[in-house]
Design a protein around this ligand. Sequence first.
Ligand code: HEM
Length: 239
Amino acid sequence: MAVTGVILIGFVIGHLVGNLQIFQHPDHINGYGAFLHGLGPLLWAARLFLLATAGIHIWAATVLTLENRAARGTAYSVAHTIQATLSSRFMRWTGVVVLAFLLYHLAHFTLGTAQPATFKENLPHYTMTADYKIAGFPVVPAGAEVLDVYSMVVRGFQHPLVSLFYVIAVGLLSIHLLHGFDSMFQTLGWRSAKWANGLRRVAIAFCLVYFLANAAIPGAILLGKVRVPAAAVQEASTR
Ligand code: HEM
């Protein structure tokens, strides 16, 4: 549970950092999207690894839930059952909501079945105005025609209900992560009396920043701070 949790935390942090490029010139998130998809088999290997990790995470959660249930009723466990049951039940439900969010999210931005009209494959291609560089290396050249991930995300979040769903789901994910950190520190034996409070504060700060940074994306789009460039609007309307 802890090991798969660490891997999934790594993914959501990396994914957030990638998505925050929405606040820069469209070249950035569009170049990033083109670079990721240009990885071909490597991208699929990463996807399969993530899928397997998420699968093992859910399997381990199920096994632990069943073990807890089987253990309940022994004299020893009554006292700590109340507290453990509440937070693990909370973890289960936030986990289920996050899974539902993920299925919608993949239908939204990866498969394009949730909002076909705004899906990147159905939008005019975007022409890179400058090289997109990673660690100083140009990985997508200026002039390249790439999928317009920028317009897809902006148009996708211009629907208040969609944005609200994302904010709620990311909020529950952040709470799930907070409990996850606690159990992970416990499993790794880091939650000694000396460290517990400090680690808890670090976990709360991390989850708060994670939530606010994710919520800032649909928030800024709904407030009109991040918009589809006029050229893309023009071109889309002539299609
Ligand atoms: C406001 C928050 C988010 C935004 C703006 C966002 C944006 C995106 C975009 C644009 C893509 C498609 C990338 C592409 O194929 O070009 C994507 C894919 C994905 N997102 Fe998110 N995402 C957000 C939150 C999340 C969260 C919280 C999770 C995990 C719980 C997540 C998991 C994924 C996964 C697994 C994919 C598929 C990656 C692939 O194609 O291999 N996203 N997201």
